[in-house]
Design a protein. Structure first.
Length: 307
């Protein structure tokens, strides 16, 4: 479980870096950045897949599609669902909508905790219940203050749980399934890059811009791989709670980009920051206690063998 926690936190940090880089990719717009991100990410994801020796996952999935063609349509749906999320993630900082999207990421763990309990009957530990209660109180206060939420918020909060549930249903939650999602997104990405006026000569003729595009591709490949690994290694409820690290970082990025919180929103962010603190403290406790518990178990086994 500890590996899953580390993978999730590292993924969140890398996503925050990508969020911060987005405005520096001007004169590209949100759709063009999405297109370049997909095209730059896929090669590095392919290298990562081959390096880990997991290309057999892609072959196995292709064989399943050959046996059940209807699976192909479900895979297209999966690619479209994550494609919308990747586009929104790159578009929001450019359009001054970083804060509504970050609120969606705050709501996301609550929805995933609910999904984990309803769909998979997962149970949370005491600290996780406390973190959930704090976050729920903060989000509830924000909903009362604002009187509702934007469409960007709902796309993130509802879209991602549906996406992960679909991938579990299709048994494509491993890196090979993610590679297929990205590969199926290539036609749309090419359209965004080449549609008039094409951004291909713009990127090709600007070395710093081209370098930034490649950096986004590398960071995206590593971050998404870590994120997918965390979704496999952790129960859905805990995985959902740990995703609170990402919106905290996204809010910081949004503030650095010039967006501002309304006075009443500090209730939301204060409670959620506290919830994240509870998760961090619990994770540190597990890291400290795990070695001692392992020693006790080994000592117990040795005593049993001696008897």
């Amino acid at each position: 479980m500890l590996k899953g926690v580390i993978a999730s936190v590292l993924a969140s940090v890398l996503f925050g870096v990508i969020y911060w880089i987005s405005p520096f990719l001007k004169p590209l717009g949100g759709e063009e950045i999405y297109g370049w991100r997909v095209l730059a990410t896929l090669p590095f994801t392919t290298v990562l897949l081959l390096w880990r020796g997991e290309w057999t996952q892609v072959r196995a999935l292709a064989e399943r599609v050959r046996e059940r063609p209807a699976l192909g349509a479900a895979l297209v749906l999966s690619a479209a669902m994550v494609g919308v999320q990747l586009w929104l993630f790159m578009w929001a900082p450019m359009a001054g909508r970083a804060l509504p999207v970050s609120l969606g990421y705050f709501l996301l763990p609550l929805v995933m905790v609910l999904a984990g309990g309803v769909l998979y009957r997962e149970r949370l530990s005491g600290p996780h219940k406390l973190a959930t209660a704090l976050a729920a109180a903060g989000v509830g206060a924000e909903l009362l203050r604002a009187g509702g939420v934007s469409w960007e918020t709902w796309v993130v909060a509802v879209g991602y749980p549906l996406y992960f549930a679909l991938r579990r249903r299709l048994r494509t939650e491993k890196l090979g399934g993610h590679w297929v999602d990205m590969a199926l997104a290539v036609p749309v990405a090419v359209y965004f890059v080449l549609r008039a006026p094409s951004t291909l000569p713009v990127v090709a003729g600007d070395l710093p811009l081209a370098a930034l595009v490649l950096v986004v591709g590398v960071l995206s490949a590593v971050a998404l791989a870590l994120y997918m690994a965390a979704s496999q290694l952790l129960p859905m409820g805990l995985f959902g709670l740990l995703t609170y690290v990402e919106p905290v970082l996204l809010v910081v990025v949004a503030l650095l980009l010039g967006e501002r919180l309304a006075p009443g929103q500090w209730v939301l962010y204060g409670l959620v920051f506290t919830a994240v603190g509870v998760l961090v403290a619990d994770a540190l406790r597990q890291m400290v206690c795990a070695p001692s518990m392992e020693k006790k178990l080994k000592k117990s086994d040795a005593t049993a063998d001696a008897d």
